[in-house]
Design a protein around this ligand. Structure first.
Ligand code: PLP
Length: 424
């Protein structure tokens, strides 16, 4: 089967632009005519540094990332960032509280610790908006690490939708930890696009905005660089690269510099242990990764190269429109697919509510979820070279992932099949 005969709608890993892969084959064998491949050269070589710098520059250009943000690359995957956000932001929160108490009571360490214990016990909160399977997992990881009593599930979207994900309840129903200046949750977390459930935030939630905004962590694993983002609203944006940006192996973190030294100091590991709070592994420690330009330990530079090539391609293609150019195309493809699903609503049922439909992961049922008919639908799709359409094992059904490397032509082929199937 030829690559060009196939359109792949898998949810991740996801397709990559063919020219990038062709070039990748070349650089794996012989990078820049050095007679040695990219997986073989040192991550501390000038070549590797250039690759890192270029990838950062392309991401900065695409998303218009302000100067007061740092870009980090880690091997953590998206899931590792569920933990990293908790370790790092809880540590900063604790240190801030400690410093404030120390100012009040002076040198009496026993008194500082006593008061700090009380503050942690009464005030430490991590807010999670649970709108799908991935934010649920992130909230569960937070509870596993710091203890469930500190985790505030500000919204559980299943409760508003008969036990299933598929809606984002109105913001006035969210139970966020109250914030006043200088106080509030250690973090407020949401998943911008829920890959399994096909739920995407239409825009940044107002409740997490404003002067007293909490430190917002946004998981963009499955809609990274697919639309404009106001980076300033976030303390941390993160995502695994393997859906919209590159191949599996790295996660990208965009972090506000004020959360890194010298502006913010993490709590000492001994203090965290005293308080019964977790000490994170060094490879997830943002200050350490930032200080070492993402090269604290061996970084898979080939993966950064692939991501860099993909992003440079978008910079080149969209010029001054930057990521707005990709946004237009992503919207167009999603619209084409949703339109045909809505047109044949007696055959297809889009799973999430219309107001929160993901542009990236289009989840639907065929004939009310009839198992045999959905199987036949998938077999028919495969015959046409439309692959990877099976829904996530936890929810079933059909999922068309519409990531950046899915072409308009691919989306149109899917639309034609959806038409044909509905009329057959
Ligand atoms: N977050 C989202 C939204 C995802 O879709 C995924 C994976 O599909 C993850 C996190 C986890 O990523 P990883 O498998 O890289 O840990």
């Amino acid at each position: 089967v030829n690559r060009s005969d196939v359109h792949y709608f898998g949810a991740g890993p996801a397709p990559l632009p063919t020219p990038v892969l062709e070039q990748a084959a070349q650089v794996l064998l012989n990078y820049k005519d050095k007679g040695i491949g990219l997986c073989e050269i040192s991550h501390r070589s000038p070549e590797a540094n250039e690759i890192l710098t270029d990838a950062k520059q392309s991401l900065t250009t695409l998303l218009d990332i302000p100067d007061d943000y740092e870009i980090l690359f880690l091997q953590s995957g998206g899931s590792g960032e569920f933990s990293a956000t908790v370790y790092n932001l809880v540590s900063i929160w604790v240190e801030k509280k400690r410093a404030k108490i120390a100012q009040e009571v002076g040198d009496d360490q026993a008194e500082v610790l006593k008061r700090l214990r009380k503050v942690v016990d009464e005030e430490l909160k991590l807010d999670y908006l649970v709108t799908g399977s991935w934010s649920l997992k992130a909230s569960q990881e937070a509870a596993r690490l710091v203890g469930s009593k500190y985790v505030n599930v500000a919204v559980d979207a299943r409760k508003a939708n008969g036990g299933k994900f598929g809606v984002i309840p109105p913001e006035d129903q969210w139970r966020l930890t109250p914030r006043t200046s200088g106080s509030g949750p250690a973090l407020a977390y949401f998943c911008d696009n829920e890959t399994v459930d096909g739920v995407e935030f239409p825009s940044f939630p107002h409740s997490l905005d404003g002067d007293d905004a909490p430190l917002v962590c946004g998981d963009m694993s499955s809609n990274f660089i697919s639309r404009k983002v106001d980076v300033r609203k976030y303390a941390i944006i993160f995502g695994g690269a393997q859906k919209n940006i590159g191949n599996t192996g790295i996660a990208i973190v965009i972090i506000r510099k004020s959360l890194l030294p010298p502006h913010s100091t993490p709590a000492s590991p001994d203090l965290l242990r005293e308080l019964g709070l977790p000490v994170g592994p060094i490879v997830l420690d943002y200050p350490t990764i930032a200080k070492n330009n993402s090269l604290y330990n061996t970084l898979p530079i080939f993966d950064v190269w692939v991501a860099g090539q993909v992003m440079a391609g978008l910079v080149h293609a969209y010029g001054t429109k930057r990521i707005g150019g990709q946004e237009e195309i992503s919207n167009e493809k999603a619209q084409l697919i949703y339109d045909v699903l809505d047109k044949y609503s007696q055959i297809y049922r889009v799973v999430p509510d219309k107001s929160v439909r993901s542009r990236m992961n289009i989840c639907f049922r065929v004939h009310g979820g009839d198992a045999d008919k959905e199987k036949a639908f998938l077999v028919g799709a495969e015959k046409k070279g439309l692959l990877g359409l099976k829904g996530h094992r936890s929810v079933g059904g059909i999922r068309a992932s519409n990531y950046n490397a899915v072409s308009v032509e691919g989306a149109k082929k899917l639309v034609a099949y959806l038409e044909e199937y509905a009329q057959s």
